[in-house]
Write a protein that binds this ligand. Structure first.
Ligand code: GDP
Length: 304
């Protein structure tokens, strides 16, 4: 229900454009496909992924000779779900952590303003609700506001936070956080990291140092590197994904602010283009407004 609410804008826009594209047409022809291409691109699915989808539909048209526009919804739904399935193999229902990792270490990356802190807060809330002991680490030490904001969320959720002064070494904060987590026998550690992109080499060095130092405490940390992207920023989100994946190994994505945009298609494009699963989507500012990404529900929400 929240998902429907969260994706309302994307859904309405996508669906009304699609109905216009097929209005007065009984079969899928070149004109319908051209229109569809435009709709997908304008929903921020991205050019490469759009072309992939169009190609797959063309293939089906040429195989069946005739494809009615009334079937187009169903076929689009199948093709998009199929595309998402190539990367998003999980079903995505619960906020789960692997039982054999303790503490489970989640490192969160992303530029300022995308909703990184909010996503960490929402995740801490969900993990705590699921009965896990959570510790936060404020390793985004570049801005005082980043540390303060994380503290606000730690208080709101009621979980401990490890922090140092602004400007301190992020790797040192991460190290302290993991040590503290191990001492407290914590289940989950969420490490906030720097969000500066303007110097790629620095970013790369900083993130690899944070990883290296964490591994002194927990040998195989981090278990997940979550990149947070603002879903309402379209091509910027693509660009950030490009830069962060070049700087470090990103293992999952959180796409935020999908409630405020008609461009929810960005989820499909980024996941496909970078071959990284989308784990969470943000659909509002509230503590409960984070969902585990479910590809079927997501695709269905476009066509309902
Ligand atoms: P950070 O700088 O990346 O840590 O960003 P913040 O977590 O401080 O978020 C920036 C702004 O985006 C805040 O006003 C958040 O409330 C808002 N925000 C974060 N996630 C979402 C979301 O899923 N939907 C909406 N509408 N707003 C969000």
């Amino acid at each position: 229900e929240t998902l429907d609410k969260g994706l309302e804008k994307t859904k309405t826009s996508f669906f009304s454009k699609l109905s216009k594209a097929v209005a007065g047409k009984s079969k899928v022809d070149d004109e319908v496909l051209d229109n569809l291409e435009e709709i997908l691109v304008s929903s921020d699915v991205g050019v490469n992924t759009t072309l992939k989808i169009i190609e797959r539909i063309e293939e089906r048209v040429s195989k069946d000779k005739y494809l009615g526009t009334d079937e187009l919804n169903q076929i689009l739904r199948e093709e998009i779900a199929g595309l998402l399935s190539e990367t998003n193999t999980g079903e995505g229902t619960d906020f789960e952590i692997p039982a054999n990792k303790k503490p489970y270490v989640l490192m969160v990356v992303g530029v300022n303003g995308v909703g990184k802190t909010t996503t960490i807060g929402k995740l801490a809330y969900q993990f705590k609700k699921a009965g896990h002991n959570v510790v936060l680490g404020a390793a985004d030490t570049f801005r005082a506001a980043a540390i303060d904001q994380l503290q606000v969320w730690a208080d709101r959720v009621g979980v401990p936070i490890v922090k140092q002064q602004m400007g301190s070494d992020p790797a040192s904060v991460a190290f302290d956080t993991l040590q503290s987590a191990v001492t407290q026998n914590a289940d989950v550690v969420i490490i906030d990291t720097a969000g500066r992109l303007h110097n790629k080499v620095n970013l790369m060095n900083e993130l690899s140092k944070v990883k290296r130092v964490m591994q002194k405490v927990v040998g195989d940390a981090p278990h997940d590197v979550l990149l947070v992207l603002d879903g309402s920023t379209g091509q910027n989100a693509f660009e950030q994904a490009k830069q962060f994946t070049a700087a470090t190994e990103v293992t999952s994505l959180a796409v935020t602010k999908l409630d405020g945009t008609a461009k929810g298609g960005v989820v499909i494009g980024i996941s496909d283009q970078f071959q990284i699963p989308v784990k969470y989507i943000g659909v509002g500012e509230g503590i409960e407004d984070l969902q585990v990404f479910n590809k079927y529900e997501f695709v269905d929400s476009f066509f309902k």
